[in-house]
Structure formats: C-alpha cells, structure tokens
Ligand binder design. Structure first.
Ligand code: F6P
Length: 501
C-alpha cells in the first residue's frame, strides 16, 4: 500500500536530539501526556509538530477512526479469520452483548474461585498453571508483578514442553495440595496437552484422591476440555473472539485472580477499561496509544530501525519485555496488507529488552556507541515495590533517567574517539505512580491499543498468526513419520538425535 503521507514524512528534515530542547523550549509540554497513574514522555524522540501532523494524515489515509470504531463495535476486524477481536469487552468496553457475555463468564470464574477458597476442591496451596504463549505470558506477568509478600498461593506457570520445566515444579509442589489449571484457547496445543497429561499422571502416581477433580480448564473450546476429562463445573470458558495474546482478561487470568484475589483482578480490568475509553474517545493528538504508534512508525518506516528495546526499571515488571515480544511480534510481524498484497515497507521491528539496572552492565554499550540505532523505552515507577532503604529506589530511578539523558546528549571526545558518545539517540520514558493492579491494567491495555494502532498505520491485520503454523505442521509430520522427505541437514539431525525412522 503506497502512502502519500508516509512519503512526505520520509522527506521531512530530522531534528538533532542533542539540541532540541534549546531550539524548542516548550517541547516538554508538547510531548508529555498523563493518563491516570501513567505519564508518557516522548520529548526525547524525534517527534515534531510536522511529524505528528504527517502521522495524523497517515492515520486518516488508513481509516484509523473507522477501524478503531469497528474494533470496539465487535466487528470482524480479524479479516483473515472472519472474527472480531473482543478483548476490550472483557473489560466492559465493546458490543453490549459481548460485554454481557464476558460478565457472566467472569461471574462463573469468581464463583469457582470462591469455592476453591472455601476448600471445596480440598486444600490448595499450589497452583500449577499449564499453558503457552498467550495462555501463559499474561498471567505470568501479572502474578509476578503483583504477587508480593503474603502471597495466598504458590503459583508456577509451566509452558515449555521440555520436561525440565514441569519436573522442577513437581519437585517443589505437594501433589495433594496442588490445583492444576490447563490454559489453552484451542485445547489442542501439543506442549500444553503433553504437560497436562504428565501433571495428571504425577498426581495419580502420588495417590492423590480424584486427581481430575483438582483440574480447572481455561479455554474457548469447553467441549474439548470435557472430553479430556475436566468436569463441566470446572471448565471456565471464554469467547472465541478473544485472541490468545489478548486473553489475560478472560478466564486465562484465573491464576492471577485466584492468587491476588478477586478485587485485584477487577481493579486490573478497570484500569484497562480506563485506557480503552481513552483510546476510543480521545482526540488523536492526545491519544497515548496512537502517539506511541507514531513514534514506533517513525523509527521503523522513516529511520528503518529493525529493533526496539524495552527496559523495565522495576523488578516487578521484569517479565514485561517478554510479554511485549509476543504481543508486538506475533501481532504485527506480518508480510501482507489487509487486502493480501505484499507489504512494501517494514512491519513490526524486533522487540527486545530486559530489566534495569542489570541491562546497563550488559547490553547498553551497544545502545550508546554501537552503529545500530535502537529506539529505547524505559518503564519505571515512582513508588518502590519494597520496604528496604529508599536508597535502592532512588538509585534505580537515578540510573533510569541518566540513561535517557546520556543517550540523548552524548559527549564528544576528539582526543579519544573510543571514549566519545555520539548522542542523538531517542528514548521514551513511561513513569507509573506505582505498580498497582489498576495501573498495570491500564499499561497493558495501552500496549494492546498501541499495537493495534501500529497495525492500522501499516494497513495490516494484527489479530491472526498464521506464521506459527508451518513449523507446527512439520513437527507433526516428523513426529508421525520421522525423517521422510526433508533436506539433508534436517534428515541428519533427526537421525542423529531421534534415531532413524
Ligand atoms: O502458536 C501460537 C499460539 O497459537 C499463540 O497465538 C497462542 O497464544 C498460543 O499458541 C497458545 O495457544 P492455545 O491457547 O490455543 O493453547
């Protein structure tokens, strides 16, 4: 899809970030936006009035307002699969029928949680959540971020089919006090089904009374869960129109709702709903997910950056980068436009990152002096997540802000080029008041809508993921027939490691 707006953006002169605050003294007020507990600061990026205007034109060209309305109206925005993308309905924002259905399913989840808390399934101290991709990364992020001291349950999320992952949990959990949650939208995913079978065998071998009675299924395919052996009363369905990587708000969030308590889960949903309303109703010039997408598109399409880096300067958000990798790369790592034509520019860059300050001592060298330009995103919280000496949090934030300043300012050194910093390197800082359920809900919903806004600006569908299918198909055929019909390299690997078929 060619775009006059994008062509115009590519012609615009680039600002020099090292001097930008001197040339535009009111820059800070123009490119900082606060929404509830979150402050977004894009002032250290290449946004200018002209760049924003150019992207507003691009948004118009791509029908942004219409596509956004279609998302919230529950229309089939996932065009390749003929499905809606109704994660906002889980938070109460969407087509009224979908919102009502989500409410009923949430009440069902809450009733089961009440029953578990009342020990109706026997004593439960451990929650073994089995799922992969979107059926694991969201709940894992939430539980890890919010499950501080005084945790009600010991939660383990097992995703990898490598038995080491499950065995490690088996070694530390008491099977008689474990509840197994099988999380799979399709209830067919090989890794999940194999891990679930091994987990139930572990319980049987340990002589647990009625092991299937201690299994809960979180799925959009309730019949398959029942066929597998989960009683209907312990199947928590969610709608087919909620995509896997957007599903933490549905019953896939069960371990978080159980471990953190229902009030916290509800607060997470409410936080997300505030961001839904902000995205749906705000003027494009003050719309945080849309502006963030302008920044993303500037670096991807105009400056051809192939990666973007996300650093959480908060241990509670340590899993955010890996959560975002699936959200952004599975959604927008695409090769065709909405009408099936090959894309001409870039789609999603590679999302990578880590946790500050650790990353400073490992990968920041490249960010400061390497030859590859990488837009960086810092996420921090004003409030600490611990009760230790405030010096810890101060040092954390000081380092976070120092990195953004250093990337932008740089420092010359004519005498010793190895010690020079070019500067002019962009960063965004997202500052939360605190890592609360409400703020985290809003933050994750911000990323979801930003991903959608990026897709709209690129003219692609963010809600399918056919790219993952070929590898699965080939794995099935190797599993069934061994090394038949493959290239010599693959054949040799199969023969050596798995034995000739
Ligand atoms: O293979 C990719 C994928 O389909 C993801 O999109 C999804 O989140 C994950 O697998 C798990 O799928 P399911 O929830 O159906 O087990």
């Amino acid at each position: 899809m060619t775009s006059a707006a994008l062509a115009a953006l590519s012609q615009m002169p680039q600002i020099d970030l090292r001097t930008v605050f001197r040339t535009d003294p009111v820059r800070l007020s123009k490119y900082v936006l606060s929404h509830g507990p979150i402050r977004f600061d894009w002032s250290k990026t290449h946004l200018t009035d002209a760049v924003v205007a150019g992207f507003l034109d691009l948004a118009d060209e791509r029908g942004f307002a219409t596509r956004r309305d279609a998302l919230f109206a529950g229309e089939a925005v996932n065009v390749t699969e003929g499905r809606a993308a109704e994660h906002p309905a889980e938070r109460g924002e969407g087509h009224p029928e979908s919102v009502a259905r989500a409410k009923i399913l949430h009440q069902r989840m809450r009733a089961l949680i009440d029953a578990i808390e009342a020990e109706a399934l026997g004593p439960v101290r451990h929650i073994l959540h089995i799922g992969i991709g979107g059926s694991a990364l969201g709940p894992e992020l939430i539980v890890d971020a919010l499950d501080g001291d005084g945790a009600r349950y010991d939660v383990a999320i097992v995703s990898n089919v490598d038995g080491v992952a499950l065995e490690r949990v088996m070694d530390r959990f008491d099977p008689a006090a474990t509840l197994i949650a099988i999380a799979s939208k399709t209830f067919t995913t090989t890794e999940t089904m194999l891990n679930a079978a091994s987990a139930i065998n572990w319980m049987i071998e340990a002589g647990v009374d009625d092991p299937y009675g201690r299994v809960v299924a979180l799925t959009a395919a309730p019949e398959r869960a029942m066929e597998w052996g989960v009683d209907e009363t312990r199947v928590l369905p969610f709608s087919e129109s909620v995509g896997g990587r957007y599903s933490l708000w549905s019953s896939i969030g069960f371990p978080a709702a159980l471990a953190l308590g229902w009030d916290a889960f509800e607060s997470l949903l409410e936080g997300a709903a505030t961001m839904d309303r902000h995205f749906r109703l705000s003027d494009p010039r003050e719309n945080a997910p849309l502006i963030a997408a302008f920044v993303d598109q500037y670096y991807a399409q105009v400056m051809k950056c192939q990666t973007r880096a996300v650093f959480a300067y908060d241990e509670r958000l340590a899993l955010l980068p890996s959560y975002l990798q699936q959200l952004e790369m599975e959604s927008n790592g695409k090769g065709v436009t909405l009408d099936g034509a090959a894309v001409t520019g870039m789609t999603a860059p590679i999302t990578w990152g880590g946790v500050g300050t650790d990353a400073q001592h490992a990968v920041f060298q490249l960010l400061h002096q390497g030859t590859v330009l990488t837009p960086v995103e810092f996420i921090a919280s004003r409030e600490p997540g611990h009760a230790l000496d405030p010096a810890h949090h101060r040092a954390l934030l000081v380092n976070c802000f120092a990195q953004g300043a250093a990337l932008m300012q740089g420092r010359g050194n004519d005498a010793d080029p190895a010690r020079a910093y070019p500067g002019g390197r962009p960063s965004t800082t997202i500052l939360l008041d605190d890592v609360t359920p409400h703020a985290l809900g809003a933050l994750i919903a911000f990323y979801e809508h930003r991903t959608f806004a990026n897709a709209v600006l690129m003219g692609i569908n963010p809600f399918d993921q056919f790219g993952v299918e070929l590898g699965k198909e080939i794995a099935r055929s190797i599993g069934a027939a061994g090394a038949k019909g493959f290239d010599p390299s693959t054949t040799a690997l199969i023969d050596i490691a798995l034995g000739a078929a």
